[in-house]
Design a protein around this ligand. Structure first.
Ligand code: AHR
Length: 553
C-alpha cells in the first residue's frame, strides 16, 4: 500500500441548542454557547427560536481586522492528477495550452484571483529535489507517497513560476527538509532569486528566465512530525533555525519591502502532542536571535470525522451531511486553541497562523487509484467551504493565510478535469462569490444563529460575516446550513444609509448535488433578491445555501 495516512482522532464538540453570535472575534462561538446556556438557564425565550426567521445587526461604521486575501490561497501537490493533467498537459498536447499549461484551467483560476499557490507538496515536498525539475532532459523519479507512480519532473521550477505568472498568483514554495539539505534548499533560492550573475543565475537564464523570480512565501518543511520525517519539536526546531538562516531570498525587490515570509511547520490537530508542538515553536520564536526568524506557523486540519476517511463524497444522507459539518466547525476551536498559545509568546501577533491544508477528505471514488485522493465535490462542500472561510475571517487578526487542499482533481478541488474536459465545482463558486472579501475590512455582525438538528446533532443554522471592501462598499455573507428549511433574515443596519441590495446565492435541490462534465451548470450562483426597508435588509435564504449580498448607499 503506497498510501497510508493516519491521524489522531478529532474530539467532537456539542453545540448548545441556540446560538447567539455576539461579535466577530475568534471566541464568538464559545461566547455564543455561553449566552445560549445562560439565557436557557434564565428561562428566557430567544427571539425566533422556533420560527424560520432570524435577526442580525451590523454597525457598518465599526472596523475589525483586515481579511487577508491570502486566506483564499490554493495548494497544488504532485499527487494524482493535481498537477499532471490538472495543470500540465505539455506543449505538444491537443488540449489548448500555453507552454504546456492548460488554458481552460488558467482562465478559471484567473477569475477567482488566486492569491498564492503552495507547491510542490505536501508530503511530496519532502521528497522533491529541485534539480530534477530544471533543464533537459528531466530526471524521472518516483512518487512513493502518492500511488508509487513515476514522477516525470516535467512540471518543475520554471513551469510552476510560469503557471503562477499566467494566473497572477504568488509563489508559496515548500522546501525539502525531510530528505533534502540546507545547501540544496539555499541553492534553489539562489537559483530562483539572485540578480547577480552567479553560476546558478546564469543557469536560470540559460533555462529561459534571466530576471530573478519573486517568491512570496517559504514553507520550511511539511508535517515534519509525520510524513516529513517524524521529528520531535526539538529536532524540527534545530532544522527550522538552520533553514531559516541559510535559505535566503536575494531578489533585490524583496529586501526592504515585500520580503519573503517564512512559515514553520505547526500543528496538525488539537490534542496534547499538537499543543506541545505549538508551545515549543512559539517559545523558541519568543527568544529567537537575529540569526533566524519566522513569520508564520502552519496548521493542517482536514474535515474527515475519522481516519481513514470513509465518508462518501456523493450519494450521502442527511446524517453524513450533518456529521461532516459538525466536524468542520471544529476548525473554530482548533484555531482558538492554537491562537491562545501563540498569543502567550507573540502578543503582537507578528506570526501568522497559516492554515495551509484544509478541506474535506472523503473516501476515494470507487475505481480510482486510492493514492490519488479523487473525490466529488458537492453542495455540502460549498457550505463547508463557506463555514471555514468565515472562521478564518473572524480570526483575521491571526489567520492571515490559508490553502485549501487541493486546487485541481485532488480532495476538495476547485476544478475537476478529465483529459480535455473541465468542470468547476461548487467550492470554486464559493471562492468566486467571496472575491469581495479579499483584503476587505471585517465588520462585526451580531446574530441569533438559530439551530438545525438532525438525529443527535445540533448545529448553528445560520452563519454570517460582513466586511467593507477597499472602495468602502458593504458586503454580507450568509450561509443557511439547514438542508430542509429556508430562513428569513432581517438585518438591522447601522452606520450606513442603505438604498438597495443585490446578491447571489448558491444552492441546489439536493445536498449531494454536483457539477458534472455532462451537467456542468447544476450548481452556479444565481441572483437573489434582498429588500432594503428603512434601516432593515430583508431576505430569504434557501435551504443549504451560500449567499453574498452587497448594499448600495
Ligand atoms: O493533501 C494531502 C496530504 O495531506 C499532504 O501531502 C500532507 O501534507 C497531508 O497529510
Amino acid at each position: 500500500m503506497f498510501f497510508s495516512h493516519r491521524r489522531g482522532s478529532i474530539v467532537g464538540r456539542r453545540f448548545a441548542p441556540t446560538f447567539v453570535v455576539l461579535a466577530h472575534t475568534g471566541s464568538s462561538v464559545i461566547r455564543a454557547l455561553l449566552c445560549g446556556l445562560i439565557l436557557m438557564a434564565m428561562g428566557a425565550t430567544l427571539p425566533f427560536a422556533d420560527a424560520q426567521k432570524l435577526e442580525m445587526s451590523v454597525d457598518v461604521s465599526k472596523d475589525g481586522a483586515k481579511i487577508d486575501r491570502n486566506i483564499f490561497g490554493q495548494f497544488a501537490e504532485h499527487l494524482g492528477h493535481g498537477v499532471y493533467e490538472g495543470i500540465w498537459v505539455g506543449p505538444d498536447s491537443k488540449i489548448p495550452n500555453t507552454r504546456g499549461i492548460r488554458r481552460d484551467v488558467v482562465e478559471a483560476l484567473k477569475a477567482i484571483h488566486v492569491p498564492n499557490v503552495r507547491w510542490p507538496g505536501g508530503c511530496f515536498a519532502d521528497e522533491f529535489h529541485w534539480r530534477n525539475g530544471i533543464g533537459s532532459p528531466r530526471t524521472v523519479t518516483l512518487n512513493p507517497n502518492w500511488g508509487g507512480v513515476m514522477e516525470p519532473n516535467s512540471f518543475g521550477t520554471h513551469e510552476f513560476m510560469d503557471f503562477l505568472d499566467q494566473i497572477g498568483a504568488e509563489a508559496y514554495l515548500s522546501v525539502n527538509v525531510g530528505s533534502g539539505t540546507p545547501r540544496e534548499a539555499s541553492e534553489w533560492l539562489e537559483y530562483l532569486t539572485t540578480a547577480q550573475p552567479t553560476t546558478l543565475a546564469k543557469e536560470r537564464a540559460a533555462n529561459g528566465h534571466p530576471a530573478p523570480y519573486r517568491i512570496g512565501f517559504l514553507g520550511i518543511g511539511n508535517e515534519s512530525w509525520d510524513c516529513g520525517g517524524n521529528m520531535t519539536p526539538d529536532y524540527y526546531l534545530s532544522q527550522l533555525k538552520i533553514y531559516s538562516r541559510f535559505v535566503r531570498n536575494f531578489n533585490p525587490a524583496q529586501q526592504d519591502k515585500q520580503q519573503m515570509l517564512k512559515i514553520a511547520v505547526g500543528p496538525g490537530g488539537g490534542e496534547l502532542r499538537w499543543t506541545e508542538w505549538t508551545e515549543a515553536i512559539m517559545k523558541a520564536y519568543q527568544h529567537h536571535s537575529w540569526s533566524w526568524d519566522m513569520n508564520g506557523l502552519s496548521m493542517h486540519s482536514y474535515t474527515v470525522v475519522r481516519w481513514p476517511p470513509s465518508f462518501k463524497s456523493v450519494g450521502f444522507t442527511e446524517a453524513e451531511y450533518s456529521q461532516i459539518l459538525k466536524s468542520t466547525l471544529e476548525m473554530e476551536d482548533l484555531i482558538t486553541k492554537h491562537s491562545a498559545i501563540m498569543d502567550k509568546y507573540d502578543p503582537e501577533k507578528k506570526v501568522a497562523l497559516v492554515v495551509d491544508e484544509w478541506g474535506a477528505w472523503y473516501d476515494p471514488l470507487p475505481g480510482s487509484n486510492p493514492g490519488f485522493l479523487v473525490q466529488q465535490n458537492s453542495l455540502r462542500d460549498a457550505v463547508l467551504a463557506a463555514l471555514n472561510l468565515n472562521i478564518f475571517a473572524r480570526h483575521a487578526d491571526r489567520v492571515r493565510m490559508a490553502n485549501i487542499a487541493q486546487m485541481i482533481n485532488v480532495l476538495q478541488a476547485m476544478i475537476i478535469t478529465d483529459k480535455e474536459k473541465m468542470v468547476l465545482t461548487p467550492t470554486y463558486y464559493v471562492f468566486k462569490m467571496y472575491l469581495p472579501f479579499q483584503d476587505a475590512t471585517l465588520v462585526p455582525v451580531s446574530f441569533d444563529a438559530g439551530t438545525y438538528t438532525h438525529d443527535k446533532i445540533t448545529l448553528p443554522r445560520v452563519d454570517a460575516i460582513a466586511a467593507k471592501d477597499k472602495a468602502g462598499k458593504f458586503w454580507l455573507e450568509l450561509t443557511n446550513v439547514d438542508p430542509n428549511e429556508p430562513v428569513e433574515i432581517e438585518v438591522t443596519l447601522a452606520g450606513i444609509s442603505a438604498k438597495s441590495a443585490t446578491g447571489e446565492t448558491l444552492t441546489a435541490p439536493k445536498v449531494d448535488a454536483v457539477n458534472t462534465f455532462d451537467a456542468p451548470h447544476t450548481l452556479q450562483p444565481k441572483p437573489i433578491s434582498a429588500k432594503v426597508q428603512g434601516d432593515k435588509l430583508v431576505l430569504k435564504l434557501e435551504p443549504k445555501s451560500v449567499t453574498v449580498i452587497s448594499v448600495e448607499q
